[in-house]
Design a protein around this ligand. Structure first.
Ligand code: FCA
Length: 331
């Protein structure tokens, strides 16, 4: 081996060593966070977790993706994160009333917590302001749903007096109530008869619970030929639409408008024949996942606590424009 080569090698290993020092410092501060979601199989949450993982790759932190479908699962997810050395987690809880229990466990481990989508509620029934949150502006987005329903009833020339509204509710979840209230208020303001609004309370926020809630309501009101359907999200509206199909209602007799703009809606818009699922108010799950993860990262590394509450907005997506809206929102 020539002197030059040896020298080059020495220089190289010195710089590698320096590189290692840099890496070692980073290793001391190695940031690892959890991203826990209540419905890990739903496209909305898969996309949020993907976006968080992506921003972690860009900024240099790692994201552990976990499901927490009930309180027990969430607590063991937190234990698991602690044993992996995570400094905090982003969570969409399966029940917002678990907030105090989740915070107790996180505080025991000195972990920082940010909520996404569904905001913790304290023992007093109020939002837990001390936990930074990012979620939809539920009431406004609900109003957009109401406006879309009214516009489409008009386009189809329906007389609202002869239309039934299937309101699939989840009133224990404040953001869900805000969304369906927003839609109802707009419908009533624009002249929809209140006595034609029928509630279908769902136990969960998914398609099958909405289907089960909707079916009896539709069968009890066979006198209506035209239905509009709304709920906290598109998965639930889809459950309602599937229920109308089961009762033999045609796509042109049903107008369902959801919320989210995730894979569930894309699959519906991609079907060859339109269904009663008319549209959805799309919100960027990419933004929700990226921003909450990045905020938590800054909090862990720079001590900068994220804002108490950030509200995101939505855009109506229908069969006609869904691909454009999807691209605009980075979905
Ligand atoms: C809730 C709903 C989800 C999504 C999210 C933003 O968690 O269950 O479908 O709408 O809010």
């Amino acid at each position: 081996m020539s002197m030059t080569t040896t020298f080059t090698r020495m220089a190289l290993s010195a710089s590698l060593a320096l590189g290692t020092v840099g890496a070692a410092q980073a290793a001391d501060e190695d940031v690892k966070m959890g991203f826990i979601v209540k419905k890990p199989e739903q496209a909305w949450f898969i996309n949020e977790q993907d976006a968080a993982t992506q921003v972690g790759e860009e900024l240099g932190f790692s994201v552990v993706r976990l499901g927490g479908e009930d309180g027990q699962e969430v607590l063991s997810a937190i234990d698991n994160l602690n044993s992996q050395g995570a400094q905090g987690f982003v969570i969409c809880p399966p029940d917002v009333r678990l907030g105090p229990a989740i915070m107790n466990r996180a505080n025991e481990y000195g972990m920082k917590v940010v909520t996404v989508d569904d905001r913790f509620v304290g023992g007093d029934g109020e939002p837990m302001e001390e936990v930074p949150h990012l979620g939809m502006s539920g009431y406004k987005i609900g109003q957009q749903v109401g406006e879309a329903l009214v516009a489409e009833m008009g386009a189809r020339g329906w007389d609202p007096q002869e239309v039934a509204a299937l309101r699939i509710t989840n009133n224990e979840l404040p953001t869900a109530k805000a969304r369906t209230d927003g839609a109802t208020d707009v419908l009533l303001e624009l002249g929809f008869p209140e006595e034609n609004v029928f509630d279908a309370p769902q136990q969960n926020t998914d398609t099958s619970s909405a289907f089960s809630a909707a079916s009896p309501v539709i069968s009890q009101h066979e006198e209506f030929d035209h239905w509009i359907i709304y709920a906290l999200n598109e998965e639930s509206v889809l459950g309602g639409v599937r229920a109308t199909e089961q009762y033999g209602l045609e796509a042109e007799d049903v107008i369902g408008v959801g919320i989210n703009g995730s894979g569930a809606a894309f699959a519906e818009f991609s079907r060859e024949n339109p269904t009663g699922f008319h549209g959805t108010v799309a919100v960027s799950s990419t933004k929700h996942g990226r921003e909450t993860a990045e905020n938590l990262y800054r909090w862990i590394t720079e001590g900068e606590k994220p804002p108490a509450n950030t509200e995101t907005s939505g855009t109506l997506m229908t069969r006609d424009n869904w691909q454009d809206v999807r691209d605009q929102l980075g979905l």
